[in-house]
Design a protein around this ligand. Structure first.
Ligand code: ZN
Length: 443
């Protein structure tokens, strides 16, 4: 009897807990979506999230561990630009579609094919009284962030784009990334102008821990893009900045935030699998933080997609049924940093093997030496570094059986991930313009 009673008590207790949880869920689902966090993995086609699964796998366990991307996959997104630019988009047209719901030409920063400005979801959120934030690992005036914040007929007008962040009226409460080269110039100091408009300014990650909650925030941590994740003083700088941003943007009206893992694309352009995976790891850590955040703030929606895929990455090459991320997983500095080192200094095979975490063949070593010897007279240091970087990436790709088809973008569909409130709106096959259209209706 006693046993039965305690069993009953247990059941009714767990039932009441379940009811409480249900009520909490129901009240949460009746409330509108308060915060929208849009994430762009620039260049992150499906091969990148697949690659990250095997890169992340613990080879000491029989199963392949599920990644945060696996948990939240909801659909596929087509990325083609306006007809004038064919089927393969660049990041500007891609971000314009994602931010405004309208397709434009490659190079367009939220202007249509007639170069007329288009309203963006970030601008709309601001007019509705929400706070807005942008967190990227590129310079903050690069194609993707620019397409959410401003308008310009060309992504290459970096100074004009940065100027417009002030001149068109500030519509952001938080802006974190790189770009001092464009913000502190001989002809204009935009950092000072932001400060005059009431912004606090930081230029190193440590200062982020002591910022004032009440004041808008500008943080620029590098002249152009941030260092590669592998070389940065904080290898998870995107997740760190995101954490600060969610705390800083919290307010009763909610916020819209754009986060971009900008350098997945840059690694793709360089066919650099080691940095591609390190950048993906920073993005994965960002998502894992946001999973916890959404649990605490269930009226938040998180959507992640790519603007396009870069490099034509594939897993397996040369007819072999193999992909071996263990080749580069232990690297503690980027291939780009290693290339810079060997461009500047005499190096031994042992030194290089330590940096790469594997030994090159004699043939490969002599290829590096001949790049240095034959051409050091004729080419500039940056050119030499680029050639060595390219060659080292080829060695890493060959050893890990990583395939690439291009140094540019490809036109394949990209995955969509979503969680939190309203995530189901992004299910199945969508077009890049649908992402913005859905966000407009949510805001
Ligand atoms: Zn690109």
């Amino acid at each position: 009897m006693k046993k039965l009673l305690s069993l009953c008590l247990c059941t009714s207790l767990s039932l009441s807990f379940a009811l409480q949880a249900d009520e909490k869920l129901m009240t949460a689902s009746k409330k509108p979506i308060k915060n929208v966090i849009m994430i762009v993995g620039d260049g992150m086609g499906p091969a990148f999230t697949t690659a990250y699964r095997y890169y992340n796998d613990d080879p000491n366990t029989p199963e392949i561990e599920e990644t945060v991307f696996d948990r939240h996959l909801v659909g596929l997104n087509s990325t083609y630009p306006a007809p004038i630019s064919g089927y393969v988009t660049d990041s500007a047209a891609g971000a314009t579609a994602l931010a405004t719901g309208i397709k434009s030409y490659n190079g367009a920063i939220s202007v249509d094919v007639d170069k007329k400005p288009l309203k963006t979801v970030l601008q709309h959120a601001k007019t509705l009284g929400k706070k807005t934030g942008v967190v990227v690992t590129s310079q903050v005036n690069h194609a993707t962030p620019a397409s959410y914040i401003t308008h310009n007929e060309s992504r290459r007008n970096y100074d004009a784009i940065a100027d417009s962040y002030i001149d068109n009226g500030i519509n952001i409460d938080l802006l974190l990334g790189g770009g001092t080269k464009y913000f502190i110039r001989e002809d204009r100091n935009l950092v000072e102008e932001f400060k005059e408009k009431g912004f606090q300014y930081v230029d190193n990650y440590e200062q982020l821990t002591s910022i004032k909650k009440e004041e808008p925030l500008l943080g620029l941590f590098a002249p152009v893009g941030l260092p590669w994740s592998l070389d940065d003083s904080n290898k998870h700088r995107l997740s760190e900045m995101t954490k600060i941003a969610t705390e800083q943007l919290e307010n009763k009206n909610g916020y819209f935030m754009l986060i971009e893992a900008s350098q997945v694309d840059w690694a793709g352009h360089s066919n650099d699998i080691a940095s591609a995976m390190a950048e993906m790891d920073d993005l994965a850590k960002t998502l894992i933080y946001l999973e916890q955040y959404v649990e605490q703030n269930p009226d938040t929606l998180v959507v992640l997609t790519a603007d396009h895929s870069t490099g034509g990455l594939t897993l397996g090459s040369d007819g072999e049924y193999k992909w071996q991320p263990s080749v580069f997983k232990g690297m503690t500095q980027s291939i780009s940093a290693i290339a810079q080192f060997i461009a500047e200094k005499e190096f031994t095979a042992e030194q290089l093997a330590t940096m790469l975490t594997f030994a090159l063949t004699d043939e490969q070593l002599s290829q590096l030496h001949s790049i240095k010897q034959d051409e050091s007279e004729k080419i500039t240091k940056p050119q030499l570094t680029r050639q060595l970087y390219k060659k080292l990436n080829q060695f890493v790709s060959a050893k890990s059986f990583t395939g690439w088809t291009t140094g540019g973008h490809t036109g394949i569909d990209v995955p969509v991930f979503a969680f939190g409130k309203g995530f189901e709106k992004f299910q199945n096959k969508t077009d890049n313009t649908d992402i913005a259209k859905i966000i407009f209706t949510i805001l």
